[in-house]
Design a binder for this molecule. Structure first.
Ligand code: SF4
Length: 198
């Protein structure tokens, strides 16, 4: 089984899509290879591209605080994005870029084998679920895909602009805590099924 550092070496010079030419640094992901939770955002922004690390700005700070409130250290989770390179000017990722780069993310998840993958915001949620489902409808509910549980959450960056989202996001982090504490239960699966997300 490949390790994360081996996977990183494999893609550190990646030029599989045009973003390879415009990035400053590839943003692979950070955190524990033993993580129970993997967080997935959209793509690196300006500061992430400069530093080569995901979620380094205010949104990252909020994510760290939300984790601490449910008793989890940032170093215990793994944080990555669907895209490893910044789209110029933070434009929306192109479908072909997503198609190519999401394979890297899926390989990371395969190595880590987390209990749950928390998708942050509409973009990551729709890519991972493979459905155009609004985040407001699926947030805070674990959904079983073929390979792993997905737990969609509002994106912390969205909360920085729309403060009303903080309360539901905090509630969802509590639900995440409960989910992590509990063995996977039948009602959780049924709820996911009712949402027709399989
Ligand atoms: S965005 Fe992904 S596929 Fe495109 S160059 Fe970067 S690592 Fe490679």
């Amino acid at each position: 089984m490949m390790k994360l550092n081996e996977l990183y070496k494999k893609i550190e010079d990646c030029q599989q899509c045009s973003l390879g030419k415009t990035r400053t640094k590839l943003v692979f992901g950070t955190g524990s290879e033993e993580a129970e939770v993997v967080f997935v955002g959209e793509a690196p922004g300006y500061y992430e591209d400069q530093k080569g690390e995901p979620f380094v700005g205010e949104a990252g700070k909020l994510l760290t605080e939300l984790l601490e409130k449910i008793g989890i250290k940032r170093s215990e989770v793994y944080i990555a994005n669907v895209l490893k390179c910044r789209p110029p000017g933070n434009r929306d990722p192109a479908p072909e870029e997503v198609e190519i780069c999401k394979e890297h993310l899926l390989q990371q998840i395969e190595v880590i084998k987390p209990k749950v993958v928390c998708t942050l915001g509409n973009f990551a949620t729709q890519v991972i679920l493979g459905k155009k489902v609004p985040i407001s409808r699926v947030r805070g509910t674990p959904t079983l895909t073929k390979e792993f549980f997905v737990f969609p959450l509002y994106h912390p960056a969205a909360v920085l602009h729309q403060r009303w989202m903080l309360e539901p996001l905090e509630e969802d982090f509590q639900k995440l805590r409960e989910f992590l504490n509990s063995p996977i239960s039948v009602p959780q699966l049924q709820k996911a099924e009712q949402l027709d997300l399989f």
